[in-house]
Write a protein that binds this ligand. Sequence first.
Ligand code: HEC
Length: 282
Amino acid sequence: MTRIISIVVGIGFTVAVLWAFAFGVGPAFSTFAKHGQFVEPTAELELHKVAHGPEGGFSFDGPFGKWDYAQLQRGYQVYKEVCAACHSLQYVAFRNLEELTYSEAEVKAEAAQYQIPKYDPATSEVVTQPGLPTDQFPPVPYFGTGHPPDLSLITKARHDGSNYVYSLLTGYGEPDPEVLAKFPDFEVPAGMSFNPYFANVNIAMAPPLTTDGQVTYADGTEATVSQMAKDVSAFLTWTAEPTLVKRKQTGWPVLGFLLFATILAYLSKKQIWASLKPRKKD
Ligand code: HEC
């Protein structure tokens, strides 16, 4: 009796495994045979592009990377004059801007331009007051389509963040007609814009940087779309990881110390084992 039950259970398992194979792996392989990939091709998959950085890269790229403070200040200006209409920067405090080589007085004046909602313990009400350097950037009300994310940490929240933000800002355009010919049903939904760098290629953000000279840089740098995109991407890299350059610079002394410690360890090993002569072979 036990034997019959185990045979039936065994057959049951075998059927389940075959079933799973037939309806799970099987179609994946036939899709692979048909298209050379395990997933059914879609217009979104084929139109999607991998992010790339600006020409010449960023000043903070590589093991010797450094901030370009003039660029970070320009990037802050782009954020303030363009992006801040929709995106908040809630995890950055005004006093952090001193790191961009602004003076204390400039930071104070900067903070005072913003109205910050604060809880007043005397009246138990929320009142808005001019910002202080210790305040963080206030939330930004938004009533349009989609949800603009807070930008403080965005370059950390996306793969290859600095390059991604740059590509996203400069990557709007029309879908490749060759790919479109293969997918006649593909269309960009109303109110969305086509952007091949965004995960599903249709983004609810209209192109924010459209014309050269959209901002006027105080340092005389020509504000091309690419330049503004590069500057604001650099600025958002700083907001997400202000210690990036310090981290890279700390690495070198650490490597030097490790090398030194290795040499010391080797020499002391030699010293300790010096008296123990290897046994002579007979
Ligand atoms: C008119 C409003 C508006 C402006 C101005 C604007 N954005 Fe956006 N942004 C949005 C919206 C809405 C989304 C959400 C898009 C979505 O999820 O489809 C978004 C999304 C983003 C994202 C996230 C994309 C992702 O991968 O999820 C980044 C990065 C971004 N914006 C950067 C910027 C920068 C930098 C600027 C300034 C140069 C800017 N935005 C200006 C509305 C705006």
